[in-house]
Design a protein around this ligand. Structure first.
Ligand code: ZN
Ligand code: ZN
Length: 244
């Protein structure tokens, strides 16, 4: 399995970059976790938009879904050009799909994520767990045939659900919105020390910090997590690629 970070900023993108978007590949299978602001302009540096097999959206905050609406137009135009003949399957965790401004069901086939479902896309199996955030948000796990697994936290405050869901995962891609000194400052997001505790309790194989803050010195984030988690820690950046 291969993870490529397409976008990693929280809230809004820095120049020439993107907010949450992650490409997960297993052989020819290619899926996206979240599709935030600026994601499409970055993604097409790595794959063609017609290669995406499915998209999973952890929650409907704009920094996680903004470019899905442009992806819908892209799918429509690609069909009109004769480059594809089917709608793209998009799985979204939200209370009411009908409130989303998706307009073309022939371009994007939107499905509600049910927390108990197991969705098979090519060579990957995708599962979900409820997180702790201002609006319904789920963590998403991709598992391959060998049992290798990658868990993405979405946005979340500290919750035992994330520890349970990522138990023994090979990689945990986890939001790290705040520094140690800001612990508990904003509900529904994690600080470095909480990230470290979760990773350690879940005994994950390695950690990637993402959904990074626009303030402070982000090179310090790993140093603050390190006392809690001694295995490999990476800080997300555009194009960061990890083979599992
Ligand atoms: Zn966010
Ligand atoms: Zn959010």
């Amino acid at each position: 399995m291969k993870l490529t970070v397409i976008g990693y900023w929280g809230a809004y993108p820095k120049e020439n970059e993107a907010t949450a978007c992650y490409l997960i590949e297993q052989d020819e299978t290619k899926i996206l976790f979240d599709c935030g602001s600026g994601a499409l302009s970055q993604l097409t540096n790595y794959i063609s938009i017609n290669e995406i097999d499915a998209v999973f959206i952890s929650h409907i905050h704009a920094d996680h879904i903004a470019d899905l609406y442009c992806l819908e137009y892209a799918m429509l135009i690609q069909q009109q050009l004769g480059n594809r003949n089917s709608a793209l399957d998009v799985y979204i965790y939200t209370e009411d799909l009908n409130h989303l401004p998706l307009e073309y069901p022939t371009a994007i086939r939107a499905h509600s994520i049910n927390l108990t479902s197991v969705i098979k896309v090519g060579k990957l199996e995708v599962t979900f767990a409820e997180m702790l955030h201002e609006i319904p948000t789920c963590a998403i796990k991709a598992t391959n045939a060998k049992g290798t697994s990658l868990v993405y936290s979405g946005d979340s405050g500290y919750t035992p659900n994330l520890i349970r869901f990522s138990q023994d995962a090979d990689l945990l891609l986890i939001e790290c919105s705040f520094y140690q000194r800001q612990k508990g400052y904003v509900k529904g997001h994690l600080s470095t020390t909480e990230v470290g505790e979760i990773a350690s309790k879940a005994n994950v194989g390695e950690l990637v910090l993402t959904h990074l803050p626009h303030f402070g010195d982000i090179s310090q984030l790993i140093n603050e997590v390190r006392p809690y988690f001694q295995k490999k820690i990476s800080k997300a950046h555009t194009g960061l690629s990890i083979l599992l």
